[in-house]
Design a protein around this ligand. Structure first.
Ligand code: SAM
Length: 434
């Protein structure tokens, strides 16, 4: 497995499997000197509630319902034949299934992770013991969150500013709690690159809300209509790693009003080839399990972007007890999501790409095939932080890897992040002072 994940804080290799266990708050906290990510606000409410439910006996009605559902499924199975799309989805699932079962079994047997799991369980108990107040805090916080998408839509949007300490020299340590004085500078919030050049985190303010910006990060808040503004002035300034988590149209996201979604044809307009570095780039695309989406990506999106699919990684979602969040074989609700990993070359026609495929072989070997990343899911459909793992696989010659996240909701040191709300998880309420 190429030793992937070895030596990265919060990412643990699982012996005997092509898999890693990820502890997101631990990984993310490494980006800050004076703050850490508050684990009790990181994890998904549903996971915490399930953990409560698992400590209570199921009600009689719930048991009856489950019995009825099982009977119905059994009867349906006898007469049901898969159509072509379902058969392809099943084939894909079977491929994922073996990687996942192997990874989960190795995770359960891993003695190294046993202590960590015990720790995680204890922490959950603490969260659950004050669970009522915890959940109330979350729902109250939601009401007072800054809604960047709404803010960008009002006529005053060009007037909104992010305020940062000014006259900041690189490598100079500043007092993060310093009072706001004349040493503050305003930056237009939307449609501009904003950068923290310092070697430590800094607090920025927008209309009374505080946001923590990790060291050496850059971000650009805009609608996709402005995406061409991300194209670097020179091709040698392009990116070696692009992580993309599009707002796929999805009933569950719309119902929960999590964020606005985008039709597939809008994604075809992302000028991916123009974002790629001269040496090429690793492209990692998050995808749900809908077969229609997989077909769209393989047949339209990747060919348009000039991306060659290398392999698929899987994110396996665990409960705080280390079990799968749902049965592996449910038709419409799988406990895993896919991360398609591809390789893109800059502005090259397809034929040249094919000709150079041989030259890609050493690069492709660098990317573990079918890797499974296991983690307890974060709230608000948050993806686990796999950026460091991915950057180990990106091409970069003797330079450091240049990374861009598209549709980002958080920032990372050294990365560029774009989306209509890349400051979302940088809200100070998600952090604790060390
Ligand atoms: N990877 C993120 C995480 O783990 O938290 C989740 C990204 S979420 C699937 C998609 C993001 O795209 C949301 O923040 C959403 O607001 C944003 N988005 C939706 N429509 C957009 C648009 N027209 N332009 C820019 N961003 C958009």
């Amino acid at each position: 497995m190429n030793g992937i994940g070895g030596g990265l804080d919060g990412i643990f290799e699982i012996e005997g499997a092509n898999a890693v266990f990820v502890a997101p708050p631990q990984v993310l906290s490494k980006s800050y000197l004076h703050y850490s990510v508050d684990a009790s606000l990181y994890y998904a409410r549903s996971v915490l509630l399930d953990a409560v439910a698992s400590t209570q006996a199921p009600s009689k009605e719930a048991e009856d319902d489950e019995r009825k559902r099982k009977r119905k499924r059994k009867n349906k199975k006898r007469v049901y034949e898969l159509n072509e799309k379902e058969a392809l989805a099943e084939l894909r699932h079977q491929e994922a299934r073996s990687c996942i079962l192997n990874a989960h079994e190795a995770f359960r047997l891993s003695s190294r992770l046993l202590e960590f799991r015990r720790n995680c369980k204890n922490k959950t108990k603490i969260i659950l013991s004050c669970e009522e107040c915890h959940l109330t805090t979350i729902s109250q916080d939601r009401d007072i969150e800054l809604d960047f998408v709404k803010l960008a839509g009002v006529w005053q949007a060009p007037l909104y500013k992010l305020t940062l300490p000014s006259k900041v020299e690189e490598n100079v340590v500043h007092d993060l709690d310093a009072e706001v004085g004349e040493e503050m500078q305003n930056y237009s919030l939307f449609n501009m690159w904003i950068e923290n050049k310092r070697s430590e985190e800094v607090i920025g303010k927008v209309t009374g809300f505080n946001f923590l910006l990790p060291k050496k990060c850059r971000f650009f808040i805009s609608d996709i209509a402005q995406i061409r503004r991300l194209i670097p002035d020179s091709s040698s300034n392009g990116y070696n790693l692009l992580v993309i988590d599009p707002p796929w149209e999805n009933k569950s996201v719309s119902r929960r009003a999590l964020y606005p979604t985008l039709p597939n044809k809008q994604l075809l307009r992302i000028p991916l080839k123009s974002l790629v570095h001269l040496d090429g780039a690793l492209v990692a695309l998050w995808l749900t399990n809908r077969q229609k989406l997989h077909q769209f990506v393989e047949q339209e999106l990747f060919p348009t972007w000039g991306v060659k699919l290398i392999t698929t990684w899987y994110w396996l979602k665990l409960t705080t007890e280390g079990e799968l969040i749902s049965s592996l074989d449910l038709t419409h609700h799988k406990p895993y999501e896919c991360l398609l990993i591809g390789y893109a070359l800059q502005k090259l026609p397809e034929e040249t790409f094919a000709m150079r495929e041989d030259g890609l072989k050493p690069f492709i070997r660098n990317v573990p095939a079918g890797l499974v990343a296991l983690s307890v899911p974060g709230d608000h459909s948050r993806k686990p932080p796999l950026g460091l793992l991915l950057s180990q696989c990106a091409p970069h010659g003797s330079r450091s890897v240049s990374c861009l996240e598209l549709f980002a909701r958080e920032l990372h040191p050294g990365w560029d992040s774009w989306g209509n709300e890349p400051l979302y998880f940088q809200n100070m309420k998600f952090f604790r002072k060390e």
